[in-house]
Design a protein around this ligand. Structure first.
Ligand code: ADP
Length: 400
């Protein structure tokens, strides 16, 4: 069809193009509605107009008409518009009380999956005959509004689900932690022998209870921290403060000495005496280093050695956790940092885990503009680490 035969004038074509461009940017209906109403007024010569969506998220935008004029109620609209579904846009007598100023109107239902969820209404004081181009333009605008309404509904539903999920995780992990702490406290008292001597079998059972509770506690901690994430990006709200990595890593190593000893593992810490103080999220870095040390303990056979090291260059600080355990194949290394990824191997059959640990490590490194890494040779051991750049927001007083 040549441009001369097009039912749309070149102006309405360019506005339709602009409309498509706007939609591609996925704006909210609220943001785009005033512009659309102005175009409608201009091309369809409407004297007043409004656009409304009755269902959540509710939208009302009027041009030459205020929301308090919108008095017929959602039920009335839904019934009226349901009757009009699929009808051609027609000009008819405006219902009271709008008819005082504008006796004629064109109302178009916005229909999502067979349900009228809103409408676009154009008001006129005198009869108007819309030509083919104007009618076509009206159809284009209604389609555009439908796309925006649907996407607004989808993202509102998605946000609500995410809020519910985060709240559920927060309550669940918080409520689980309290009884776990008390089970661990009582079991440790029994193990210490202050309540009387234990025979071998009793000692064995108590050890099992303590290690089970420790596993559950670490799982709950991981779930709690994973709950702070945006699952699509793996990112979370940062809480930065000055942080001495030597101090943090040493404290973690001290706390892990007993579990390492139980597995007959040597655990050593090598500090960097000149490591600069960084501006970082202490809680999340602590969780990451604990995950790495915890993994080294879980996946290194008895008698092995684990070394936790802090080091730095002019460009970055690095925390590494090296073990001389089973090592990891090149193929598995590629997927290690993905959420819920676990390597299936007979030696790990009894080792419990959620596959969240390394996902968290990587997210924490990235949130600090750094990266998590692994080097490993199967059968010889692995080195996991986080490298954080000494620049930007990681510097004290750095850009936020
Ligand atoms: P989880 O330990 O809960 O399974 P992680 O995300 O921490 O989850 O680890 C993912 C997988 O990576 C583990 O299941 C394990 O197979 C492997 N892995 C992690 N650390 C080591 C390590 N130090 N040595 C060998 N394998 C490891």
């Amino acid at each position: 069809m040549s441009p001369h035969n097009s039912p749309l004038s070149s102006e309405s074509v360019s506005i339709a193009r602009e409309l498509l461009r706007l939609i591609a940017q996925k704006p909210s209906l609220d943001a785009i509605a005033p512009t659309i109403l102005q175009w409608i007024q201009h091309i369809l010569l409407a004297e007043a107009a409004f656009l409304t969506v009755f269902e959540e998220p509710h939208v009302f935008h009027g041009l030459g008409i205020a929301e308090d004029a919108y008095v017929l109620g959602d039920d009335w609209w839904q019934k009226t518009l349901a009757r009009m579904i699929a009808a051609e846009p027609v000009q008819e007598a405006t219902p009271a009380p709008y008819n005082v100023l504008y006796p004629l109107w064109i109302s178009l239902p916005l229909v999502v999956k067979g349900r009228s969820v809103g409408c676009l209404c154009l008001f006129y004081s005198k009869p108007i005959v819309l030509d083919a181009a104007q009618r076509e333009w009206l159809v284009i605008v209604t389609d555009a509004l439908l796309i925006l309404t649907e996407s607004a509904k989808t993202s509102a539903r998605h946000e609500k689900l995410m809020r519910n999920q985060a709240e559920f995780v927060r309550i669940l992990s918080h409520d689980l932690r309290t009884p776990l702490t008390s089970i661990l406290g009582f079991a440790s008292m029994l193990e210490s022998g202050t309540m009387g001597d234990l025979n071998e079998k009793q000692r064995y059972f108590i050890e099992k209870i303590i290690s089970g509770v420790a596993q559950m506690t670490s799982l709950v901690d991981n779930i709690q921290d994973a709950g702070r994430y945006d699952p699509e990006t793996g990112f979370y709200q940062m809480e930065r403060a000055p942080l001495d990595l030597n101090e943090l890593a040493e404290r973690i190593v001290q706390n892990q000495l007993v579990p390492a000893e139980k597995m007959d593992l040597e655990l050593v810490f090598v500090p960097d005496p000149d490591v600069p103080i960084i501006n970082a999220d202490q809680r999340m870095l602590e969780r990451s280093i604990i995950n790495l040390v915890d993994n080294a303990i879980k996946y290194t056979p008895n008698g092995g050695k684990i070394e936790v090291r802090v080091s730095h260059t002019d460009e970055d600080v690095t925390i590494t956790v090296r073990d001389n355990g089973l090592g990891i194949s090149a193929e598995n290394m590629r997927q290690l940092f993905q959420r819920h990824f676990r390597i299936r191997r007979p030696e790990h059959k009894k080792v419990k885990g959620s596959g969240l640990g390394l996902f968290i490590v990587r997210s924490v490194a990235r949130q600090h503009d750094g990266e998590a890494f692994v080097e490993s040779v199967e059968g010889q051991g692995s080195t996991f680490g986080l490298r954080l750049p000494l620049s930007g927001a990681n510097l004290l007083g750095g850009d936020l």
